[in-house]
Design a binder for this molecule. Structure first.
Ligand code: ADP
Ligand code: MG
Length: 697
């Protein structure tokens, strides 16, 4: 049960004055919630701020900086009827004159706001136009009472269409009135040492800062709120861990017969790194405790094969394995890698995604419940309620950062004391591993399978497109297969999609039927078909949006063209490039960029040309852009975190972790009275996985 103290914060957003059912739509989009609540608005972080403290005279105002000036209204010059000219208002102070310019405005309205002879205050930026000082569309026009209330520093917020900034500010103000004083969950000594305000004060000061420093993620208010979020996350991880330990694990030991058949079926030998990882996994499975292990390895380093071996051990013990991938393409791809080897070793496999329906789905569910299926590969369709296993022992989660802790736990609940293997192709720095996963053992596949060749990487401006097309033509003529990537920032972004389709048409007019197209808006079966045609060589140039980003494996592909490389993060470029260089032939990657390049983009492309070490690239990416982008996310936030920003708050992860560990070690279900404030925190941050484990006491 949600604590009563939180009720005002979890009231629907339209309980605030001024927000009716109509505005709920844009707010839902803005806050990423179907039914936004007051707390979601309060946790909507600013994107910048305007300093309103500069109050110069007109003649002293530095052009193009934010100023607030006090003026006398001298007269108006409305545009002639039918003209598109702006409405001009003439103003002055002791130092000089100013013209305010408004386009498309009712003269009556502006004359009402700026009555001739009156004294007014304008907020905005002054520019010089034909030697005249001019302010176009002031941010604010205030009278004496208004300027009294003008904050010194004003936050600006990300907006969506249909939502004006003034409206958002008023809603925020109303929301702040609802914030109750909550019991403190941060230890007194830590709070004092950091100089942090209370939760209530932190929200108030963040949204109504009194200085620029206080307005930013570096300031105490934001920092405290970020710490709260990190603490809620670490407590969740610690509670889950404690619960798992209490429940104990099961020893899963194989007799080696399936592994032996698998090894015989493999067309290659395991690398040293794969062997080492497998030894660790075998020991984890055999132990009476639960495994929670991260398998990190660059694209193509051979993680899937290791997962298959782990599944073989489980099968030898008569138990089942589920491998969950973030997308349907990946799930099918994994299954294709796995199925022939598994078949040769006598392991029975199945696929379960959103596309299996009706009888086909019934058959898969039957195999899982009956125990005839040893290994199922799928998407989050695996965690649907009616999916049951006879005896699930091992859960493998691929690209975990796309799944929350909730989903990992939901999969684990499908069996008894399930061992967990998390695979990621993103070489995550240690601090981030702790943040995202909590304490985990880790295996790294740094060594690539033998025979892989370096990828010749080059950067070219887009105006050399013709040369690139000619080069791709020569490669195709020589029998090569090539990817051509067009950026698609969001699956719903129609202009980007149009660009990809246009490129496809253009390349088809040059190369004919050998060109294929794949993008995220296609149906699952159409995507599979496009991928399959490329894998078979029916098409040899595949125009793709970033849906092919992760995990797709066509060893014959040796050319990768990436259009608008400047729009991608380093990690994502590295992932994309990893689609080639998977066979034994030399490969090329061409990064096409729109000139001129910014400094960061330039540095990013240079590093990419130099290095193919994913770990090094991850560190550089971190240095260049902050950790949000290491994971290829567009926001600067961490996935699953609304307030914490890695580049600012990474330093607090350790403090949050040790606070959580200390608490949970002595009080594993937070039953003690001192732990009650933490219950409030967990509810506040909607950590349902943790809330479920709390003692009712
Ligand atoms: P990842 O999952 O890490 O991206 P995969 O397990 O899909 O990598 O392996 C990529 C490709 O390399 C696959 O075609 C796989 O069969 C092959 N491969 C895996 N391990 C080895 C190895 N030890 N030697 C040669 N090829 C390997
Ligand atoms: Mg893989």
């Amino acid at each position: 049960m949600r604590p009563d103290a939180l009720l005002p914060l979890f009231a629907p957003l339209d309980s605030l004055p001024g927000i009716g059912p109509k505005l709920m739509k844009p707010y839902a989009r803005l806050l990423g919630r179907e039914m936004p609540r007051v707390i979601n608005l309060l946790f909507h972080m600013p994107s910048g701020f305007v300093d309103r403290r500069a109050r110069p005279l007109i003649a002293e105002a530095v052009p193009e900086t934010d100023v607030t000036i006090e003026v006398q209204v001298d007269g108006h010059q409305p545009p002639p009827p039918g003209s598109r000219a702006p409405h001009r208002t003439f103003l002055s102070d002791a130092s000089g004159d100013l013209v305010v310019v408004h386009f498309k405005i009712e003269p009556a309205r502006i004359e009402h706001m700026l009555p001739v002879g009156a004294r007014r205050w304008l907020c905005g930026r002054i520019s010089l136009y034909d030697g005249m000082r001019q302010m176009t569309h002031p941010d604010r026009i205030l009278d004496a009472a208004g300027v009294e209330r003008l904050p010194a520093v004003e936050q600006t917020y990300p907006l969506v269409e249909g939502l004006a900034s003034g409206h958002l500010r008023r809603a925020m103000e109303a929301a702040l009135q609802r914030v109750p004083e909550l019991p403190e969950w941060i230890a007194a000594d830590l709070r004092a040492a950091r100089g942090w305000p209370s939760f209530r004060e932190a929200l108030a000061r963040l949204h109504r800062p009194s200085s620029p420093h206080e307005a930013t993620p570096a300031g105490a208010p934001w920092r405290r709120l970020a710490f709260d979020e990190l603490l809620a996350h670490q407590i969740t991880l610690a509670l889950v861990r404690a619960q798992e330990e209490k429940a104990g694990g099961r020893a899963t030991r194989g007799d080696g017969r399936v592994i032996e058949r698998l090894m015989a079926a493999l067309p290659f030998r395991l690398t040293g790194a794969q062997e080492t990882a497998l030894v660790a996994i075998r020991a984890d499975l055999a132990a009476e405790t639960r495994m929670l292990r991260l398998l990190q390895g660059d694209v193509g380093s051979g993680k899937t094969v290791v997962a298959l071996m782990a599944a073989a051990i489980a099968a030898e013990a008569g138990r089942q394995t589920a491998l969950m991938a973030p997308t349907e393409i990946l799930a099918r791809q994994h299954h294709e890698t796995i199925a022939p080897l598994a078949a040769a070793a006598g392991l029975s496999t199945a696929v379960l995604t959103g596309r299996e329906k009706g009888r086909a789905r019934e058959a898969v569910l039957g195999g899982l419940a009956g125990g005839t299926t040893d290994l199922v590969v799928g998407t989050h369709a695996l965690i649907q309620d009616d999916v049951a296993f006879r005896d699930l022992a091992l859960a493998v989660v691929d690209e975990q950062h796309r799944f929350g802790v909730e989903q990992r736990l939901a999969l684990a609940r499908k069996g008894e004391a399930v061992d967990m293997l998390v695979m990621t192709a993103t070489p995550i720095p240690r601090t981030l591993v702790l943040t995202l996963f909590g304490d985990m053992d880790a295996s790294e596949l740094r060594e690539k399978p033998p025979g892989r060749q370096a990828i010749d990487t080059r950067a070219l401006p887009l105006d050399r497109l013709d040369e690139v097309v000619a080069g791709v033509g020569r490669a195709l003529a020589a029998g090569a297969r090539a990817y051509w990537i067009c950026p698609l920032v969001e699956e719903t972004d129609t202009s980007d999609l149009a660009a990809a389709t246009e490129r496809f048409e253009a390349l088809k007019s040059v190369f004919g039927e050998t060109v294929g197209l794949i993008h995220g808006r296609m149906s699952g079966s159409a995507k599979d078909e496009a991928m399959a045609r490329f894998a078979r060589g029916d098409t040899r140039l595949l125009v793709a949006t970033t849906v092919v980003e992760v995990g797709v494996n066509v060893p014959e592909a040796t050319v990768m063209v990436i259009e608008h490389a400047e729009r991608f993060g380093l990690a994502q470029l590295h992932q994309l490039r990893g689609r080639v260089g998977r066979g034994d032939k030399p490969s090329t990657c061409l990064l096409l960029y729109r000139a001129p390049l910014g400094e960061t983009a330039k540095a990013r492309l240079a590093i990419l040309r130099e290095s193919q070490d994913g770990f090094r690239l991850a560190e550089e990416d971190l240095r260049l852009r902050g950790e949000g982008d290491v994971l290829g996310t567009r926001q600067s936030g961490l996935p699953g975190f609304r307030l914490a920003r890695m580049e600012w708050h990474a330093g607090e992860v350790e403090a949050a972790r040790s606070a959580a560990a200390a608490r949970v070690r002595t009080d594993p279900d937070l039953a003690a009275p001192e732990a009650q404030p933490l219950h409030v925190l967990l509810h506040l941050h909607e950590r349902d996985a943790a809330v479920r484990l709390l003692s009712a006491g």
